[in-house]
Each structure stands twice: as C-alpha cells, then as structure tokens.
Design a binder for this molecule. Structure first.
Ligand SMILES: *Cc1c(COP(=O)(O)O)cnc(C)c1O
Length: 371
C-alpha cells in the first residue's frame, strides 16, 4: 500500500467496551449493535472478537445478517428494523434470525408466516422517538396476538430513546414511564411466558440510566469507545476508542505571512508558517466542513487543520514542530484526537464520521494484548 492512510482497529478495546456495557447493565443481556459494518469497524471482525461473549448481534438488514452467517457466526442476530418485505421472513427462518416488528404490516407478515422453527420477535413500541414503532395501545393488542401465535417463540418488548444522551433526564423519564405502563399492563398470555422481556437502553442509557436496563440492553457507539453523552459521566470516562484513523505528512513547506492556503484561500497565514500536507481528504471520509482549528495530531502532538479539506489531502499547521518532515505520523481521530472533537468542530456526530470512512481507507486489525 503506497498511499499512507489506514484505520487501525483495536479489537481488544471493543472487547473491553462490551464488558463495560455488561458491567454497567448489571444482569441484563447485551445485544451488540454491529449494523453499518460495525459502525465502520468491519462487522465480521468485530463479531468474531465478541462471539465468545455477545448474547446477540443487531444489524439493519438481512444482507448484513447474511454476511455474518456466511462467515460462520452462529450467535442470535436481530434485524433492528424488521423485514422490509414479506419474503425476507423466509430468510429469517432459514438462517435463524430474530426480527423486530414495528408496524401493522410487519405484524401481519409474521402472523401469516409458516416458519420451520418458532420466530423470535422484538415488538417495537413508539414511546416518543416517533420514528418506528406501534403506539402503546396498538402494541398491547399486537403483543397479545403474537403471544397467542403458535409459531412465535421468544417475545421481547422494546422501545428506543430519542434523547438519552442529554443531561436533562425528563424526556427519557417520560418515555420510560409510558413503556413501563404498557409492560405492566400486558397479561401473561401463555403459561410459558412468565414475565415480559424488555429492551430499552442504547449506549447513552446503558451508561447513565440503570432504571432502563431491564432484560436486554443494546450497546452501539459505546462498543467502539465513543462517548455518546453531551455531558461528562464517570462511566463514559472508562471507554476506550477502538479505531485510529491515521495518515502521514506527504509534504512540508514554509509559507510567508499573508499567503493563503488551499481552495478558496480560506486560511491566510498571520505569520511565516510551516505547513504540513496530509494524505487524507474528504473522499476518505474526513469531513469537508471541518473548519480551521479542527484538532489533528502530528507526531503525537496536537495541532490544527488550516485551509479547506480537499478530496485527497488536507493541511495542518506545523508552526510548533520545526522538526516535522514528510513521513511523520498523523492521527485524524482515534486515541490522541477524539472523533467526538472532530465531529463537534464539523457540525456532526462521531457516528457519521465512523460510518463515513470510505472504501479507500484500509482497515487494519491490531491484536493488541488484552488488558
Ligand atoms: C443503532 C441502534 C442502537 C445503538 O445505538 P447507540 O446510540 O449506537 O448505542 C440501539 N437500538 C437500536 C434499535 C438501534 O437502531
């Protein structure tokens, strides 16, 4: 590989973060969310790293589930959005997936299916996110129909939080209260169903809201070591970032005061400035909207982006590093510069940066010695 850039993924960090989710969530089982190619970290490698401990995996579609099955992963897998068409239920049955049911259409598909083995269904209730899910009233009726259906096996009642990352607990309190009312009102329809299994918590709620942990939690971003919260929390401080997006300086130059850098001349040197060119650009997934001042680490030392990000390159200020030269290591984000800091500067979130790394960035797995 000649162009110097890669994403180094520390699988031991992902294992550490999964164990942290488990520890935060007490006795709850943890479904590891590895949709979108494990938030850009490589779904198969992440699944293999967690296969010995993960109770289940969560993916967005059957294609993602099949990739795991074809790689020999036999762990239960949940389709987080359920089937997109009725034919997908045959595949759900064949390869043994669990499925979400979030509306009346999917409910009809599931009730009308003729599977070889009982279907595991996660019934999604909308308690305030207003994206997917049945109303609590419709959910109660749907739960009763699913519980009475002979080809439905395990049944989990789930909801998703819209604002668990915020310091104000109010919105999550309200979602939790509505969910608890519903869960409490569901009669135990079948003798085998002793209690209603529930799943509410995403990463933010796992870290901060023990009252939401119930029987199943669903950690996503925290597995990859990124803090989803908009406020400090001691649990979040224990996360270990798993991915380092790294490159190198490919050129170093000195510019005089008054010279402008890059497209549009956005950055103008206030004084004679040593400038480094980095072999990474927006076509690799670095945000083009990153402003001057966005943190970048060169030789392990924090500096700043200067000038507009180009397709294949970006520029950094080396004023404080007179010894820096082509070939020196650059971290765009990872352990020295948090993806959260780059995201915040660029008006986005770490989720978008991680899932936006392009195919041009090779993933390399470091089997760091486990802690
Ligand atoms: C993606 C997803 C999660 C994980 O959310 P994080 O904020 O990444 O922890 C949990 N539940 C559902 C239904 C999801 O779609």
């Amino acid at each position: 590989m000649s162009r110097p850039l890669q994403a180094c993924v520390d699988l031991a960090a992902i294992q550490h973060n999964y164990r942290l989710a488990r520890a935060c969530a007490g006795g709850a089982r943890a479904l590891a969310v590895i949709k979108a190619n494990a938030y850009g970290h490589g779904a198969v490698a992440v699944a293999r790293a967690l296969v010995a401990e993960a109770a289940a995996f969560g993916v967005a579609c059957v294609e993602e589930a099949l990739e795991l099955r074809e790689s020999g992963i036999h762990t239960p897998i949940l389709l987080l959005e359920g089937p997109f068409e009725t034919a997908e239920l045959e595949l759900v049955d064949q390869v043994g997936l669990m499925t979400v049911v979030h509306d009346a259409r999917q409910l009809d598909w599931v009730l009308g299916a003729r599977p070889q083995q009982p279907l595991s269904v996660w019934l999604k209730i909308d308690t305030g996110m207003h994206r997917l899910g049945l109303t609590p009233e419709d959910g109660r009726a749907a739960y009763a129909r699913l519980a009475a259906c002979p080809h439905v096996g395990e049944l989990v009642l789930m909801t998703h939080f819209a604002r668990a990352d915020e310091a104000d607990p109010g919105p999550t309190d309200r979602q939790l209260a509505d969910f608890a009312t519903l869960a409490g009102s569901i009669p135990t329809v079948r003798p085998a169903t002793r209690e209603v299994a529930r799943s509410l918590a995403n990463s933010a709620a796992i870290l901060t809201r023990p009252d939401t942990h119930a029987e199943w939690v669903r950690p996503g971003i925290m597995l990859y070591g990124l803090d989803p919260l908009d406020h400090p929390h001691p649990h979040a401080a224990l996360l270990r970032p798993a991915l380092c997006f790294v490159s190198e300086l490919t050129a170093v130059r000195e510019l005089a005061a008054g010279e402008a850098i890059g497209y549009g001349g956005r950055f103008v040197c206030e004084r004679p400035t040593r400038v480094g060119v980095v072999a990474t650009g927006y076509a690799d997934g670095y945000p083009r909207h990153a402003p001057d001042g966005t943190p970048v680490a060169v030789n392990g030392q924090l500096t700043r982006l200067i000038g507009r990000v180009s397709m294949d390159m970006l520029m950094v200020d080396l004023s404080e590093q007179p010894q820096a030269q082509p070939g020196d290591p650059v971290e765009l984000w990872g352990t020295q510069v948090s993806a959260n800091a780059v995201a915040a500067a660029s008006g986005t979130i770490s989720y978008e940066l991680l899932t936006g790394l392009s195919r041009r960035v090779p993933l390399r797995y470091v089997e760091a010695a486990s802690d």
